[in-house]
Write a new protein. Structure first.
Length: 514
């Protein structure tokens, strides 16, 4: 019997399996390369342009039950398949069509605007620049605050936040409460319901004030005019709401019927926001756009594309220069309202963005997503700086604590017996405040704004987080399954949540008078 050595080659037919594996790997790599190139394809977001492009390449312009977002995804897939079929010439074709792609990209985001839009951009710039300058100057002053003082303020504020407890619960409507928002003076709560009603409530007593009727479908967003209940007359626009009937309504506080109706969206309106100036309103819609409206004329100023799927949330920066939008495409975008350009793309979530909010510091943004996390974005570095594993299910709302124009909450007034003049008293009401005490409280109040945030989740909880180290401060259970919305009052005394089971809850620190 001959002896086999290690140098003997044995042909067992395995080369067939090796060849098959090599081909399978090549197919997988080609598919990955195709998907990579598909992500960089310049494809329009406007549905009419998508249909026209499908018609050009000989594809059906629509399929049974196909939505606009699905149609755009199909166009991307078909175009990527066409490019992949070109084989070795794909790179050359891409280079040749680079000019066309750049033109298509430009037309995707920019289109001629009206003179009214140009004028509004100028007014927004004139409004926002002094506010930004004042904010930055104040931040420079606050940066010199002694570390010991900062620690003392944090301890005091977080001790109050950790004492939040359920103050009461109220049945708000016949259907789920989609959104809750406190008025700027913190004395009224507005609730928007899937019944189509917007209701106003006294807080913390939770007694009804008025029901605003006008929508024929579910209300998705409610927002207060920044000066409502403070210096704004009750007879003019104090509130805006958006609903599934594609309309926005502008409301006064004296009537149950809307002052004006803003029409233009082609699908459900999800969220609305008032510009800090009070002159403009933004709305996010399932028609894949968000729009800017002039409050005085009730006219649409801007139709902004840029999302490949439904736009769910929109919010303004406190300075008024920027707006942020979040969509079901898991992408957020920050827009410069003065130029119309994209200032930052918030790309990192793996599920839809349901909520978005600017920090009072002007450069940080929080986004809540269907991936159960909150991401904190820093516009200075153009990156996400922290990811909070916030809830066990969708994060439906995120809200930083914002004080009203940095002002202190109202303090008790008494008449001094000797002078018969009104004098500021301390919190106990026992003795007059000194000038030093007032300055100390103003400093504390300024630092408090943006120091913590609240989040609502479909896991049935409202949570409070510190906004410097992003740690959990307090978990508050509600009496419902899904928490649809949450908000913090501007006087730092109350927290509200709206739930899927038609209730809203009021929370307050246990040892804080309300």
């Amino acid at each position: 019997m001959s002896e086999l050595t290690f140098d003997t080659l044995i042909d067992d037919g395995n080369y067939l399996g090796s060849e098959r594996a090599r081909l399978e790997n090549k197919v997988l790599l080609d598919e990955l390369e195709r998907k990579k190139k598909a992500r960089s394809l310049a494809v329009p977001t406007d549905d009419n342009r998508v249909k026209a492009r499908l018609r050009e390449i000989g594809e059906p312009i629509t399929l049974f039950g196909e939505r606009a977002a699905d149609r755009r995804d199909r166009l991307i897939y078909v175009l990527s398949q066409i490019n992949a079929a070109r084989g070795d010439d794909a790179m050359q074709v891409e280079e040749e069509s680079s000019e066309e792609s750049s033109e298509e990209e430009a037309s995707e985001f920019y289109s001629p605007g009206s003179l009214e839009l140009l004028e509004s951009r100028r007014r927004i710039a004139e409004y926002s620049l002094p506010r930004a300058q004042k904010r930055v100057a104040q931040q420079r002053i606050d940066s010199r605050m002694p570390l010991g003082r900062i620690i003392d303020i944090r301890k005091k504020v977080f001790a109050e936040v950790k004492n939040f407890a359920n103050l009461g619960s109220q049945i708000g409507d016949e259907r789920p409460i989609a959104q809750v928002r406190f008025s700027p003076n913190s004395q009224i709560l507005a609730t928007g319901s899937w019944s189509g009603n917007v209701k106003l409530w006294n807080v913390p007593s939770c007694t009804p004030i008025r029901t605003l009727r006008g929508h024929s479908d579910r209300v998705g967003g409610v927002a207060w005019h920044p000066r409502a209940t403070l210096t704004q007359s009750e007879d003019i626009v104090n509130l805006v709401s958006g609903a599934g009937d594609t309309n926005l309504h502008l409301w006064s506080l004296n009537s149950e019927t809307p002052l004006s109706t803003l029409k233009g969206h082609q699908d459900r309106v999800c969220r609305v926001a008032f510009h800090p100036s009070g002159d403009y309103v933004a709305s996010a819609s399932f028609d894949t756009t968000w729009r800017l409206w002039d409050v005085k004329t009730s006219q649409e100023l801007l139709l902004q594309e840029g999302h490949s799927k439904e736009v769910y949330s929109v919010e303004f920066q406190d300075d008024g220069a920027l707006a942020a939008s979040g969509g079901l495409d898991a992408i957020g975008r920050v827009w410069d309202l003065r130029t119309g350009r994209t200032a930052m793309v918030l790309d990192g979530h793996v599920q839809a963005i349901f909520s978005i909010n600017f920090s009072p510091n002007g450069y940080q943004i929080a986004t809540g997503s269907g991936d159960d996390t909150i991401r904190i974005w820093d516009m200075r570095s153009l990156n996400a700086i922290y990811t909070i594993p916030a809830h066990l299910s969708n994060v439906s709302d995120v809200r930083f604590f914002h004080s009203t124009d940095g002002s202190l909450p109202l303090k008790p007034q008494v008449t001094h017996p000797a002078t018969s003049e009104d004098v500021d008293m301390d919190e106990s009401g026992d003795k007059p405040k000194t000038e030093t005490n007032v300055e100390t409280e103003e400093e504390e109040w300024r630092y408090r704004s943006g120091l913590y945030l609240a989040s609502a989740g479909y896991d049935g909880f409202v949570k409070l987080w510190s906004a410097d180290d992003w740690q959990l401060l307090r978990t508050l259970p509600t009496d419902g399954g899904k928490v649809m919305s949450a908000d913090l009052s501007a006087d730092a005394k109350l927290l509200a949540s709206g739930t899927y089971n038609r209730n809203f809850q009021i929370f307050a620190p246990e040892d804080l008078p309300v």
